[in-house]
Design a protein around this ligand. Structure first.
Ligand SMILES: Nc1nc2c(ncn2[C@@H]2O[C@H](COP(=O)(O)OP(=O)(O)O)[C@@H](O)[C@H]2O)c(=O)[nH]1
Ligand SMILES: [Mg+2]
Length: 319
């Protein structure tokens, strides 16, 4: 087993002042979302309010993976706003679009609540490489910063490396971990929830193996993990989160639908919004499966997890 890298203590112990943190996050998000297609903001440069503007806007929204339905909805909504406000120049239209996107995304804005149950059991699912394990590491840091004690369940027992990866995160965050190499993921989850109860932990985070919604036996396994968690604690799981890669585009919506049907999702974490993100997909989710976005991932480091804010996201999306 390779030795885990040294813990970056400073990162955990000395967070930057909130305002700076929030700004740097906003910049990262904006830079990421700017890479989106031709860029929505470009449509408004030296533009008149005419059919051509709306047509270009339609293409730009589709390029950003907003999807046909949400794009149609936004354009209709925008035209209404433009009429009511009697907007006369393109920059006003851009501001009104930001309002329309904000209003559409607002229902997704919801905080993750800890403390109603002890422990709060959070199950985390998603396809391979979506960023589950990384997000669990970041979330652990976020929770630890707020004073919550966290127990990690390494229920991704498929890949030996997955357990090691979580162990590194556990080490970094000085939290405890329940794992069983090559063991049954349901058994690990069951043990972890019991251990969480016995040790008085505030949160138990269950990391699961990546799977595609089309892999029915693996989706059944997720259901089994959920059932077994309920056996260990009748009120659990309290949260079932899906992690989606912000670059996945419209396929993310298909993932949200499929995992929601199998598990009954309570929240989303959208990762990699610092990359060549197709951020418009959140509009599609808001329109078609409005499941709260608890957090967004804007980088690979521990502190690169932020709560979702509809207004900020809309501003970043529009550049
Ligand atoms: N740029 C960036 N990379 C991320 C983010 N979240 C995860 N990753 C990277 O995505 C890859 C897969 O992450 P991992 O957590 O192992 O995915 P899992 O298979 O779902 O557990 C790793 O290289 C992570 O560093 C993010 O918000 N931004
Ligand atoms: Mg993983």
């Amino acid at each position: 087993m390779p030795a885990p890298p040294p813990a970056p203590v400073a990162v955990v112990a000395e967070p930057a002042p909130i305002a700076t943190e929030r700004k740097s996050w906003f910049d990262k998000l904006k830079t990421g979302l700017r890479k989106t297609g031709t860029g929505i903001q470009a449509v408004f440069v030296n533009a008149q309010i005419d059919d051509a503007l709306y047509e270009e806007l339609e293409s730009a929204l589709l390029m950003a993976d907003t999807g046909v339905k949400a794009t149609e909805f936004l354009l209709d909504d925008l035209k209404g706003r433009v009429k009511r406000q009697m907007a006369t120049d393109a920059s006003q239209v851009k501001r009104l679009l930001a309002d329309a996107v904000t209003d559409l995304l607002k229902p997704l804005e919801k905080p993750l609540v800890i403390g109603e149950y002890t422990p709060t059991v959070i199950m985390v699912a998603g396809v391979n490489g979506a960023g589950k394990t990384t997000s669990i590491g970041k979330l652990t840091k976020h929770l630890a910063t707020e004073g919550a004690s966290v127990l990690l369940a390494a229920a991704d027992t498929f890949r030996a490396a997955a357990r090691e990866q979580l162990l590194v995160w556990a080490d970094r965050n000085t939290v405890e971990i329940v794992s069983n190499e090559g063991g049954d993921p349901s058994a690990v989850s069951f043990d972890a929830v019991n251990a969480g109860k016995a040790r008085g932990k505030d949160v138990v985070l269950v990391d699961t193996a990546g799977r595609l919604p089309t892999q029915l036996h693996l989706m059944d396994e997720l259901k089994k993990i959920k059932r077994v968690v309920t056996k260990a604690d009748a009120t659990a799981p309290h949260e079932v989160l899906l992690v989606i890669d912000g670059n996945t585009g419209q396929n993310a919506l298909a993932q949200v639908r499929a995992f929601d049907e199998t598990l009954g999702l309570t929240g989303l974490i959208v990762t990699k919004l610092d990359g060549t993100a197709k951020g418009g997909v959140l509009c599609a989710i808001a329109r078609e499966r409005p499941i709260p976005v608890y957090f967004i991932g804007v980088g690979e480091k521990l502190e690169d997890l932020e709560t979702f804010n509809a207004r900020e996201f809309a501003q970043a999306l529009l550049g």
